[in-house]
Design a protein around this ligand. Structure first.
Ligand SMILES: C[S@@+](CC[C@H](N)C(=O)[O-])C[C@H]1O[C@@H](n2cnc3c(N)ncnc32)[C@H](O)[C@@H]1O
Length: 231
């Protein structure tokens, strides 16, 4: 019998926001795999800390930042085979994912490589989208509002086009794209309805109206919530 892969959403950072099901699966899976940066850090392993049993076999996966290079793709091939070796030996593998596994998660690259060969179960987690809305106290959408999710990495004209067509938007992956995103929001006259959220529901959380944000660059864990006056 081959093992099964569990893609587990660990939520935005607070261990209390990990679901009961994810805790159970972390406790029972013999192998715990998780992405790790080139500096040897793993945010998601930190979230799981209270739940990982000392008996677990740990499989840190050194994960590249860029996904579209041949080097990065080769890395994902390598990770899939590391996981497959455990599955072939009959061991289940719990793969820890920050937020939700199917929302901009590197889990997807492993899912693509494993799901046609092995049984995979995906367990959703609290995403940064809902975490940021909760942190800011800003309801995302209601009635017939349209909510759009945009990566801040998009070209300026695409951001502008998409923002023009929605009632509210969550702009993720802000980072060094902050000046570009701010320019688009200002051009559309939406600065008053925009809120910057950094490290939502984590120590060091910041919620700042975009109009008052003086930073030029944002850290990795940040989003901008935009509410347009569409009435
Ligand atoms: C690669 S995506 C992963 C998203 C994750 N799978 C999810 O469900 O939220 C990383 C982006 O999510 C956003 N993000 C994740 N956690 C966050 C947090 N606690 N506060 C603010 N933004 C966060 C940031 O925009 C970051 O650049």
């Amino acid at each position: 019998m081959t093992g099964k892969v569990f893609g587990l959403g660990l939520g935005p950072g607070d261990p209390e926001l990990v679901t009961v099901k994810v805790v159970r699966l972390i406790n029972t899976a013999p192998v715990i795999a998780y992405p790790r940066t080139q500096h040897g850090e793993s945010f998601v392993r930190e979230i799981a800390k209270p739940y990982v049993p000392s008996s677990a076999i740990e499989l840190p996966l050194d994960t590249p930042m860029a996904i579209d290079t041949a080097v990065a793709q080769a890395k994902y091939d390598e990770h899939a085979e590391l996981i497959a070796a455990h599955l072939d030996a009959g061991r289940d593998v719990a793969l820890l994912c920050e937020g939700d596994p199917f929302l901009f998660g590197s889990f997807m690259y492993l899912y693509d490589r494993l799901a046609d060969r092995y049984e995979v179960e995906v367990v959703p987690g609290v995403s940064s989208i809902t975490a940021c809305a909760a942190a800011a106290g800003l309801p995302l959408c209601s009635r017939e509002d349209i909510l759009t999710v945009l990566p801040g990495t998009l070209p300026e004209e695409v951001l502008e086009r998409e923002l023009t067509q929605t009632s509210s938007a969550v702009i993720m992956k802000v980072g060094r794209h902050l000046p570009k995103i701010r320019r688009v929001i200002e051009k559309l006259g939406c600065t008053g309805g925009a809120t910057y959220v950094e490290r939502a529901l984590n120590p060091g959380q910041r919620v700042v109206p975009l109009a008052r944000l003086t930073d030029e660059v944002a850290p990795y864990f940040s989003v901008i919530l935009v509410f347009r006056d569409t009435d």
